[in-house]
Design a protein around this ligand. Sequence first.
Ligand SMILES: O=C(O)CCC(=O)C(=O)O
Ligand SMILES: [Fe+2]
Length: 340
Amino acid sequence: MVNSANIPVIDISNPSPDTAQEVLSAASTHGFLFIRNDGSTIPQDDITQMFNLSRTFFTQPTASKSTHSIHTPAAGGKNRGWVTMQGEALDPDAQKTGDPKEAFNIAPPFPTLQPLPPVLQSSSALISRFQTRCHAFCNTILTLLASALSISDADGGSTWFARRHDQARGPSGTIFRMLYYPATQRGGDDESVRAGAHSDYGSVTLLFRLPGQPGLEILRPDGMWAGVPVNPAPDALGAPPILVNIGDLLSFWTGGMLKSTVHRVAFSGGEERYSMAYFCHPLDDAELETVPSKVVAERGDAAELERQRQRLGLREGGGKGMTAKEHLDRRLKVTYGLED
Ligand SMILES: O=C(O)CCC(=O)C(=O)O
Ligand SMILES: [Fe+2]
């Protein structure tokens, strides 16, 4: 390791066409961008309360968490509920054991919030509000991206992506995840990681981390890992900005122009660490066609797209004509060793 990743911080409080271009530029070079949090969509107080809730949940005894184990009917079914230590591997080809972390996955509160353990259930209003605000934030990013891609109004204009993420129109793979990495002695070498190298499976991810708890690294085009600071400018920004990263689906939709960058969580000291991720996915039946944009026609990156397909184990040219749900089901199968 490790050079700092140099990801730009963008202020979207008064968005202009230039703001949209900045977002597009960061998404098509780094695949990661910081958005200054002015609190208008996701208040800092909600973030703090969610981290407190997460700590309250994960510090419970195993018996209180395992009642809602991932994929079980008690937790509301597939990809919902508690993931035990080493219960999943994000990079199964490279990892001998699963990630040394715990997680709790919560699906969107539509039509109702999934069944939750008592500690979480008693904060269901906070959880639902947080999810709704994260989704609105994702739609703002998706709208900025679509407007920078100059999609014609006849084709859906700046709502091209956001329409495909309208949760009122049907089910999606969107999932909110609280993560806990217990303190550990392990680490130090390059192979042992807290979360294996992967790209995210959805369209955009929002990532919340805590000051003093580093570890996230992105893979640079030159093959080096670069650390992503929790707060790149504490004096200017105060609270950490919201870290946004592009997932596989936006890369598919833009012919490889937007980068679904590989990242991981390294030990970096091994102290206990909490994070939260909002994985925004389109509606299940959204097709992974190429977005009708002349910018994509000019700046699509066929070689990058092919590398991504290979990394994801898709046949040459594969992935075309897939729906969002088909892609997610494939990824979950690999991550959890799930059978159909
Ligand atoms: O915990 C983190 O900082 C990142 C986790 C991550 O990349 C993921 O869960 O997809
Ligand atoms: Fe990730």
